[in-house]
Design a protein around this ligand. Sequence first.
Ligand code: PLP
Length: 422
Amino acid sequence: NPALTKIGAQMSNLTGVRAIMKDINETLRAGAGQELNNLSAGNPLILPEVEQLWRDCTAELLASPEYGEVVCRYGSSQGYAPLIEAIINDFNKRYGLNLTERNILITPGSQSLYFYAANSFGGYTTSGELKQIVLPLSPDYTGYGGVCLVPEALIAYKPTLDIDETAHRFKYRPDFSQLSISENTGCVIFSRPCNPTGNVLSDDEVKKIAALAAPYGVPVLIDSAYGPPFPALNFTEMTPVFGDNILHCMSLSKVGLPGERIGIAIGDQKMIQVLESFQTNLCIHPSRYGQAIAALAINSGALPTIAEQVIRPFYQNKFTVLENTLEAAMPKDLPWFLHRGEGAIFAWLWLQNLPITDWDFYQQLKQVGVIVVPGSTFFPGLREEWQHKHQCLRISLTGSDEEIVTGMQRLAKVVEETYQRA
Ligand code: PLP
């Protein structure tokens, strides 16, 4: 085995869901042939209309003289110019902005964008100060845990909870009485809509966070992997928030191109330049085929339309199926709380006072053929102990309606038995 550096050792560890996926894959292999409801996946489904869109755009690209330019040549490290132009035109018109090509960076997936930002703005400065990467509301995307080369830089804050006892619903809110953004902050990151909870921070909450960061010139990365205008996986009203210190970050992974790896950053040119240089050093530039078909789909207007008319209703309906099944099947007298389904492709269930850990509960569920993701993986950067961390589950909305219904009915039974045994 080669000797590893500190960074080498850290980066060779699987973090978050990737670690659990190993256990899930083994379970799926061992259970081959037996009926398993796999409600763990973060991989979006292939929707026929979405696949057709990318087929059509590919045919158009193949037929155009641009094809050779796209796949046979290196490009600029900022991204493929026609895609950058398509985004500028769309966003300026849609949101009344004055973006120019200097405000845009295309990256190989948005995960890499968070890697560049976390390590450009977070970690030790040349004078040895530690700049923190602040996650203002924990739980949040588990992938943020893996992107920091200086793990001690990552710090997450516990939220407050709005609880509706009779409806068995709850919602997280940022706890502004605890949240600290100061000269020690390097950057702020959060997802909106949120993976894993489906939470959408309100426009006011977002503006308040951005305003706390502004006096220190701290970049605020708003991870809009599920946001409008595409994939538009928000089930509640929300407006993207732009501003001098805001980096609006997008991904094409949830509009049918996860394999093409396309992330988009929109923001002030000084921040964009820093990230672009990081990218040049790391990988020169993202691959261009996906960018070229994305440019066609944005210019024609097909992408935002399919997002709103196909992708959003598809997953919103899945959430309704899940919600209705839990309503009917869960014991009324137990303290279970479903997070308000405001967006993304997951449901988040909190089992208050659960007598066993989320990990043990996950094992129990596997016994009845249901696979979800234990919630404790979604609290990267949260240092303090918190019971709540071990009382939650992420349930994917990528199952068929039938899988969701039987999965939730079996889950309700396991919940009942678990509380009874205690
Ligand atoms: N951010 C969030 C909230 C996600 O859920 C994901 C993927 O699931 C990503 C970022 C990374 O997406 P990608 O690198 O495919 O753009």
